[in-house]
Design a protein around this ligand. Structure first.
Ligand SMILES: NC(=O)NCCC(=O)O
Ligand SMILES: [Zn+2]
Ligand SMILES: [Zn+2]
Length: 500
């Protein structure tokens, strides 16, 4: 490798050279950190070792005093999603540009069926994603049950690189499924080696809670959290977990927002059940106080489901993340601007649900979890990138800085400062739920597919450059399930002794 010969002529190289050498930083993977240099060629990490020297044609990036880490992977976004009569305001290009500016180099977006048709939904999302400037994958939602849905699930897993399906237990009359549909869906997921995911809120309870608030004359944004209290999230989380146990499938609970839901995930994991719990940046970092702001525009930006909870829940979620009860952090990025949110000015039920986060997640997790001393830098890499890559079976191509991994890398300066504002962010949304958040630590450089796309506050992205990352079924969460099934069947064949 010419990279190993002595010299330092790399400085003459152009910015988008296909050869990069990141020198002098602390390279952090989820299981190991070291002082090392990283050599990248043609979008792939070639070498990770101390004291590499570049020759001509290699651009050198000085990372002295900084952390060199795998780019973030956001497992939960909704780009240009039709929802509650609106469409989320970031498309695949604007949302991904925002992500890259914040150190996220891949996301997994939720494709929705079109009128219950999964194949049509996949094709619609494929089209939306043509404008992508960074790597992405899809989960697919299942919103009803019939033979066509089952066949399409099979096609999506076997031909189209989807290995996870989401079931909404809320949004009655729109996306919500019944328990019967949930059970059939879980069974099919298990057969295909695809991970079932749940939005866990009791949808019937939510409707009742909403009616209760309207009858009490509570029509403002505060009616949103009041109408869907933690007990409804806890109930649905418990139900989904028990049904997953009944079917003997792993389960992934998206946006765990409350102690009630967290307790269910914790109990299941302690009993040995394979349940993954995903907190989101907003739930980890914020409380619900802003939902009572007298200014509708301010309050409405915080409306998402399940709701951002009262003070105390976020601290419990942070503790669960540091102890390993929760495994990875997402955003549920689903931005609606203030004119869209204003549709619910006189009725909170009409405020489109969703908040921003894809650009802020990496900084918010750094500040909330690392600056506070709750997790190590290696654990930061695990919860923002590696765990996601492992769960969705794309590790070590993603989620690591190892020879052969995609060169999706961030350089974080722990001594620089970051201030979040809608005036400077890159998402299309006109507000920011983290407005004014100031912290130590700044992601100064983002490298995506081996190209420097974010540097010195400049975003340099290309439409159409993003690649669809197909994800294979039967990830590690499925290992050994057959043995549990076999033991169960054996137990059924035990002789039954009846009194004659
Ligand atoms: N979470 C939210 O409020 N909006 C996006 C859709 C969902 O994930 O439930
Ligand atoms: Zn959801
Ligand atoms: Zn979501």
């Amino acid at each position: 490798e010419d990279i190993c010969t002595v010299g330092n002529e790399g400085l003459e190289c152009t910015q988008q050279t296909s050869k990069l050498l990141i020198q002098g930083g602390t390279v952090v993977n989820a299981d190991y950190q070291q002082q090392a240099d990283v050599y990248i060629e043609d979008g792939v990490v070639k070498l990770v070792a101390p004291n590499l020297k570049a020759v001509g044609g290699v651009r050198i990036i000085d990372a002295t005093g900084k952390f060199v880490m795998p780019g973030g992977i956001d497992p939960h976004t909704h780009m240009e999603m039709p929802f509650m009569g609106q469409e989320s305001i970031d498309d695949f290009f604007s949302g991904q540009g925002a992500a890259l500016a914040g150190g996220t180099t891949m996301h997994i977006d939720f494709a929705l069926p079109v009128d219950g048709d999964l194949a049509a939904g996949y094709q619609a999302w494929e089209k939306k994603a043509e404008k992508s400037c960074m790597d992405y994958g899809f989960h697919m939602a299942v919103t009803k049950w019939n033979d066509d849905v089952a066949k399409d699930m099979e096609w999506l897993v076997k031909e189209k690189g989807i290995n996870s399906f989401k079931f909404f237990m809320a949004y009655k009359g729109a996306l919500m499924v019944t328990d019967e549909e949930l059970i059939q869906g879980f069974k099919k997921c298990k057969e295909l080696g695809a991970l079932p995911q749940v939005h866990a809120e009791n949808g019937d309870g939510v409707v009742e809670g909403q009616t209760r608030m309207i009858e009490l004359g509570i029509t403002g944004p505060e009616g949103h959290p009041l109408s869907r209290p933690p007990v409804l999230e806890g109930e649905a989380t418990a139900r989904a977990i028990r049904l997953a146990k009944f079917v003997n499938t792993p389960l992934y609970v998206v946006h765990v927002m409350s102690i009630d839901a967290l307790d269910e995930v914790s109990r299941a994991r302690h009993s040995g059940q394979r349940v993954i719990g995903e907190p989101v940046a907003s739930g980890l970092a914020l409380d619900d106080s802003k939902l009572w702001d007298p200014d509708f525009k301010i309050a409405a930006q915080y409306v998402m489901s399940p709701p951002i909870r009262a003070a105390g829940h976020s601290q419990a979620l942070q503790a669960a993340l540091s102890s390993g009860v929760l495994q990875l952090v997402a955003t549920d990025h689903c931005p609606f601007n203030s004119t869209q949110k204003a549709l619910g000015k006189y009725d909170f039920r009409k405020i489109p649900n969703g908040v921003n986060g894809v650009e802020e997640r990496m900084h918010i997790v750094w500040d909330t979890m690392v600056n506070s001393g709750k997790i190590s830098v290696m654990d930061y890499v695990r919860v923002t990138s590696t765990a996601c890559a492992k769960i969705f079976n794309i590790y070590p191509r993603k989620g690591a800085i190892l020879p052969g991994s995609d060169a999706d890398i961030i350089i974080l300066n722990p001594n620089a400062t970051t201030t979040i504002s809608s005036k400077t962010h890159h998402s299309r949304i006109d507000t920011n739920i983290y407005e004014g958040w100031s912290m130590k630590g700044n992601i100064e450089t983002t490298i995506s597919q081996g190209n420097v796309v974010w540097e010195k506050g400049n975003l340099n992205v290309q439409r159409g450059k993003g690649r669809y990352i197909a994800m294979k079924p039967f990830g590690y969460l499925f290992d050994g399930l057959d043995k549990v099934d076999a033991a169960y069947l054996t137990s059924l064949k035990a002789p039954v002794h009846r009194a004659s």
